[in-house]
Design a protein around this ligand. Structure first.
Ligand code: GRF
Length: 215
C-alpha cells in the first residue's frame, strides 16, 4: 500500500493531531500530514499546524452553508493536498456520504469511550465522561474506529480500557482517557501504514507482523 498521506480534520484544540505529528517526527509512525482542515477558524489544531508549517485550511460553513457544497470543497482540498487517508481528530461535523464513499475504509475517528456505549449525537467532550460517571461505570476507554454514515457506529479498529476511579470527575477522567487516546491513534494508523488491517464486513482483523513482512 502507498505511504499514508494524512488529511487531519479537527474542530478543537488539536492534541490528538499534535500527538500524531510527534509520532511522525520521532519516527514512530510512517506517515506524512499533508493538510489540517477545520470548520472553526479559531481551532487550536490550525494554529499548531501553522507552527509546524503544515498547510492549515479553514473551511467556513458561512461560505459553504449547504452540507454538499461544504464537503465538495473539503474533498477538493484533500485531493489537492494529495492526501490518501482522512483522520478525524475532534472533528465535530458529520461527513457526507460522498466523502465516506470516496475514502471507503480510509477514514478513522477517535472516540473517548468504549463504543457502542456512550457514543452518538451529542456525545462529545465532557458529555461523554460525565455520562460514564453518572452511570457508575468502573471502566471506560478509547475507541479508534472506521467512519461510516452515522455518528460513532463504524467498526472499531482498536479499543483500550481506562479505569474509572472513585474520586474522578469529568475532568480527571478526560485527562486519563486523553493520554491513552494519544497512544492508540498512532498505533491504529501504524497498522494501516504496515498494511496489517483486514476488513471483512463488520470485523477488523489485525494481521500478524510476520504477515506484513512476507508480503
Ligand atoms: C478527543 O477527546 C477525541 O476523542 C474526541 O474529541 C477530542 C478531541 O481532542 N473525538 P483534541 O482536539 O484532539 O485535543
Amino acid at each position: 500500500m502507498a505511504q499514508l498521506r494524512l488529511a487531519v480534520l479537527a474542530s478543537g484544540r488539536g492534541s490528538n493531531f499534535e500527538a500524531i505529528l510527534k509520532s511522525i517526527t520521532s519516527g514512530k509512525l510512517k506517515a506524512t500530514i499533508q493538510v489540517v482542515i477545520s470548520n472553526k477558524a479559531s481551532a487550536g489544531a490550525l494554529e499548531i499546524a501553522r507552527n509546524y508549517n503544515i498547510p492549515a485550511v479553514h473551511i467556513s460553513a458561512k461560505k459553504f452553508p449547504e452540507q454538499e457544497q461544504f464537503d465538495e470543497k473539503l474533498l477538493a482540498v484533500v485531493r489537492e493536498c494529495q492526501a490518501n487517508f482522512i483522520v478525524l481528530a475532534g472533528y465535530l461535523k458529520m461527513l457526507s456520504p460522498a466523502i465516506i464513499r470516496a475514502f471507503k475504509n480510509r477514514i478513522l475517528n477517535i472516540h473517548p469511550a468504549l463504543l457502542p456505549s456512550f457514543g452518538g449525537k451529542g456525545m462529545y467532550g465532557h458529555h461523554v465522561h460525565q455520562a460514564v460517571l453518572d452511570y457508575g461505570c468502573k471502566v471506560t476507554g478509547v475507541t479508534v474506529h472506521l467512519v461510516d454514515e452515522k455518528y460513532d457506529t463504524g467498526v472499531p479498529v482498536l479499543q483500550r480500557c481506562v479505569p474509572v476511579l472513585d474520586d474522578d470527575d469529568a475532568e480527571s477522567l478526560a485527562a486519563r482517557v486523553l493520554k491513552i487516546e494519544h497512544q492508540i491513534y498512532t498505533e491504529a494508523l501504524q497498522l494501516f501504514a504496515d498494511d496489517r488491517i483486514e476488513i471483512i464486513g463488520r470485523s477488523v482483523k489485525i494481521k500478524s507482523d510476520e504477515h506484513s513482512f512476507s508480503n
